[in-house]
Ligand binder design. Structure first.
Ligand SMILES: [Zn+2]
Length: 246
């Protein structure tokens, strides 16, 4: 059932779960990543009941079809599986989807502020991260998933008010780097706003130029290699990740 190529791809998503945990995305056993099944059967979703930091390999993923039926794997399916299936249905170019509750992203999602290009990371999103304004509870039906995807539109990240964030991309590198960048950009803006200093930001055309140069697939994939190296370095020293928040 699992050929070597798929096993390697799932291993990359497992590493992605742990890297995201290391960079502020852990929240108990909540939060999940998924990989589009290369054979078109559905999505491989991180199993429920364990945290991102605890994901180690292919056995931690369950294959579900686009209606949420389990096709392979023994793991419990996260209730918010429709986030993943509906993004994959609506966006054929997307292969990896993440949903997490990072600290600063959740704070920012509870405001009406636009995400600004304070540093480079805010510009990765073109100064435009849409907001889903439906329920602040779980996206646990296909209709709610479709509503969320309508808010996401053609972008690669969306804020979910009083809940969390969704980020996605063509590869683990794109989705993962955008997830980490989103949390950093929120942290930068919230930190700067809390000082009361006058905030300046680049002109709109420069934000868009920075998005086109810094957030292209090849660049985000290269940044992701750094995060993976840092994860392995951390694990070499400490063994396993023990997130300190959440
Ligand atoms: Zn959630």
């Amino acid at each position: 059932m699992l050929d070597e190529k798929l096993k390697r791809a799932l291993m990359d998503i497992a590493v992605g779960c742990r890297a995201l945990a290391l960079y502020g995305h852990e929240d108990k056993s909540l939060g999940h990543l998924s990989l589009r099944d290369p054979e078109g059967r559905g999505v491989w979703l991180k199993r429920a009941g364990v945290g991102l930091a605890e994901i180690e390999g292919p056995d931690d993923f369950t294959l579900i079809d686009f209606d949420g039926n389990k096709l392979f794997g023994s793991g419990v399916v996260h209730m918010e599986w429709p986030i993943h299936t509906e993004v994959m249905i609506a966006r054929p170019e997307i292969n990896v989807v993440g949903h997490t509750h990072p600290f600063y992203g959740c704070l920012f999602a509870a405001t009406e502020e636009p995400l600004r290009g304070i540093g480079h990371e805010g510009c990765y999103f073109g100064g435009d991260v849409p907001r889903y304004r439906g329920t602040s509870y779980l996206i646990d039906t296909q209709q709610l998933g479709r509503d969320l995807v309508a808010a996401l539109s053609t972008r690669k990240a969306v804020f979910m008010n009083n809940h969390g964030v969704v980020f996605c991309g063509e590869s683990m590198g794109v989705a993962g780097t955008l997830g980490i960048a989103l949390e950093k950009a929120c942290r930068q803006q919230i930190t700067l706003a809390s000082t009361g200093y006058q905030m300046i930001e680049p002109p709109r055309e420069e934000v868009l130029m920075k998005e086109s140069k810094l957030a292209r697939i090849s660049t985000l994939d290269r940044f992701w290699e750094y995060y993976v190296r840092m994860l392995h370095r951390y694990e070499d020293v400490h063994g396993k990740i023990v997130p300190l928040q959440g």
